[in-house]
Structures are given as structure tokens and as C-alpha cells.
Design a protein around this ligand. Structure first.
Ligand SMILES: NC(=O)c1ccc[n+]([C@@H]2O[C@H](COP(=O)([O-])OP(=O)(O)OC[C@H]3O[C@@H](n4cnc5c(N)ncnc54)[C@H](O)[C@@H]3O)[C@@H](O)[C@H]2O)c1
Length: 312
């Protein structure tokens, strides 16, 4: 195993993008297609959104309605991907949600759902495709985490820990792959805020060092980092300071975060006032597979989750 950076070619690759129906997922799916991917599988909870992106891309794309929190849904979608293409070369774990609630308003269901989408889904999707990657000794797993996975932020009591979990997941996976001498690549992406609408209303104090990133820039940076063989990218580069600052005494770290206005960023957060972020989902809901029936108040969500693939 080389210590040098191994580039990950997107041209010719079969790429899965979770949460590919919107935001940077949509742009990464489109970007991967533009860079010559053999196939781009747009996985999203919203069938309509996934279909719209697949239509934008054209023949290389498949729109797949997948709930990444469901074992059955992911297993069915993964099976279809492997049946049609024989392999998946690049998995981009991008699906994510946020409530933006203050600590006392965050419910147990909020916490469970946030972790289910942002963190534990990664185990499920990686387990679906890692065996094939290990067999071929190539492939890449991309974790879209967040700068909030490097430092805790006010009004992110569910989101930020879920992203710390995603960061830990990506680092542990990288460590284990290295330990076993595998050439399967991992990339961890930790961006500050991106203007996709997910964090609508957030504000930043110092735009020069901590700008709100445009979705196009974020998507391009992930694909560039992958092709360049990077293993971790923070965006903008100043986010690296958050990692370094963790080594400081807590009162100093807190003063620095105050200075940069980090805990005020969420004061005017509205997020997506409608859409999947706002949809309720019972903490006790069972994972649903391709053949499950919609149930109760969760019917619309379940209905979307049961359709495991929409061909073009
Ligand atoms: N927008 C930001 O400011 C920002 C900052 C840091 C990190 N991120 C991360 O980047 C990623 C993409 O964010 P975005 O801003 O493009 O958000 P977005 O809301 O535009 O896209 C998220 C997508 O995930 C999908 N999704 C949600 N739950 C799902 C589920 N259970 N199964 C399948 N798909 C599901 C949604 O339908 C949506 O299409 C997320 O992981 C987010 O946490 C975003």
C-alpha cells in the first residue's frame, strides 16, 4: 500500500449518491455524470426529486427512491444496483437532515431520526458496497459530514453530535481499511454552511474567512478532492482552525468561538419550512422495505420509501 495519494477516477465509475435529489447531492450527481461516470444512481427519499435529477442527467442516471434509515430499502436498492451494473465504485453518503431546535425543544424522536439519517445509515450503505470494493481492492467511500462534526454548536444538539458520529465513522473506517492493507479509499468532507436551503437563515460573522459556501463550490470541491486522492477536506480551509482549537483550554476555545460568532450563527435559522426535514417520523417506526405497506400518519413517507427504484 502506497503512502502517496491515490487518485480516484470518476470517469467510468458507477457512483451512488444518497440524498442526491437536492442540494449538493444533486450537484455531485450531475458533476459525477459530467466527469464521465459510467452510471450515477441518485438515491433519495423523495422519488420526485430523484427522478428530476436523473432526468437532468440523462441516460447514465437512475432515480432510486431509498430511505437510508431502512435496512430493507437500502438492501433492495443495493441489490438492484449490483444486478444492473455489477459493482459500485464510489459511494457518497450525503443524505442529511437538521431540526435547528434548541436543546430543550429537541425530542427523542428528533435525535433518533437525525442520527438515523446522518450517522447510522452510513453503516448500512457501506456494508452494502464495501465487500465488493474489498474484493476488487478499489473503490471509494465519501462521508459528507460537517464543520459541526468538529466543534459543538448552539441549536445543533441533535445535528452536531450526529456529525461528530459521521466524522468518527469515517476516521474509524479509514483506520480499519489501512490496518488491513486495503486500497479502498475514503474521503471525509467537513463544510461550514452551504446555501442549499437546509440551513436557511443562518448567518456568518466573518465572510472573508468563514463564507457561506455556494452549493456549486461545495459539490465541485468534493469531486475534485476525490479525483485528487484527498482523504479529508474542510471547507473553507479556515475550518481547520476548529480542529486545532480543540487542543486549547476550554475557556480559550469558547472565547474563540464567541469571537467568530459561531454560537450565534443559528439564531435566525428557519431551515426548510417544508420538505423531508420537517416531516414527522415516529421514533418507533420499523424499517420499511420494498414491499411494505404505508402505515398510519407516516403513510406519505412510507409510500415514498417503498418504491425502491424508478428507471428512466
Ligand atoms: N447545507 C449546509 O449548510 C450543510 C453544511 C454542512 C454539511 N451539510 C451536509 O451536506 C449534506 C447535504 O446537505 P444539503 O445542504 O445538500 O441538504 P438538502 O436538504 O438539500 O439535501 C438532503 C437530501 O437528503 C435527502 N434525505 C433526507 N432524508 C433521507 C433519507 N432518510 N433517505 C434518503 N434520502 C434522504 C433529502 O430528501 C434531500 O434530497 C447533508 O449531509 C448535510 O448535513 C450541509
Amino acid at each position: 500500500m502506497s503512502v502517496l495519494k491515490r487518485r480516484v477516477p470518476i470517469a467510468g465509475a458507477v457512483v451512488v449518491v444518497t440524498g442526491g435529489g437536492s442540494g449538493i447531492g444533486r450537484l455531485m450527481a450531475k458533476g459525477a455524470a459530467a466527469r464521465g461516470a459510467k452510471a450515477v444512481l441518485v438515491w433519495d427519499l423523495s422519488q420526485d426529486a430523484a427522478r428530476a435529477v436523473a432526468e437532468e442527467i440523462g441516460q447514465q442516471a437512475r432515480a432510486v427512491c431509498v430511505d437510508v434509515t431502512s435496512n430493507e430499502s437500502v438492501a433492495a436498492a443495493a441489490e438492484q444496483a449490483l444486478e444492473e451494473f455489477g459493482r459500485v465504485d464510489i459511494l457518497i453518503n450525503n443524505a442529511g437532515i437538521v431540526t435547528g431546535k434548541d436543546f430543550l425543544s429537541v425530542t427523542e424522536a428528533d435525535v433518533e431520526r437525525t442520527f438515523a439519517v446522518n450517522t447510522t445509515s452510513h453503516y448500512r450503505t457501506v456494508k452494502a458496497f464495501l465487500p465488493g470494493m474489498l474484493e476488487r481492492d478499489r473503490g471509494a467511500i465519501v462521508t459528507i459530514a460537517s464543520a459541526a462534526g468538529l466543534v459543538g454548536v448552539a441549536r445543533q444538539a441533535d445535528y452536531s453530535p450526529s456529525k461528530f458520529g459521521a466524522v468518527g465513522f469515517a476516521q474509524s473506517l479509514r483506520a480499519e481499511l489501512r490496518h488491513r492493507g486495503s486500497n479502498v479509499h475514503t474521503l471525509l468532507y467537513c463544510p461550514y454552511y452551504i446555501s442549499t436551503g437546509m440551513f436557511e437563515g443562518v448567518k456568518t460573522k466573518f465572510r472573508l474567512v468563514l463564507p457561506i459556501i455556494t452549493p456549486d463550490t461545495a459539490a465541485r470541491h468534493v469531486l475534485d478532492a476525490l479525483e485528487a486522492g484527498c482523504q479529508m477536506k474542510v471547507d473553507p480551509p479556515f475550518v481547520r482552525a476548529a480542529q486545532v482549537a480543540q487542543a486549547l483550554p476550554v475557556p480559550v476555545l469558547d472565547k474563540l468561538l464567541d469571537f467568530f460568532g459561531i454560537n450565534q450563527t443559528m439564531d435566525d435559522f428557519v431551515g426548510r419550512s417544508s420538505g423531508v426535514d420537517a416531516e414527522p417520523r415516529g421514533a418507533d417506526s420499523e424499517p420499511r422495505g420494498a414491499d411494505s405497506e404505508p402505515r398510519g400518519a407516516d403513510a406519505e413517507l412510507a409510500e415514498r420509501a417503498v418504491q425502491s427504484r424508478e428507471g428512466k
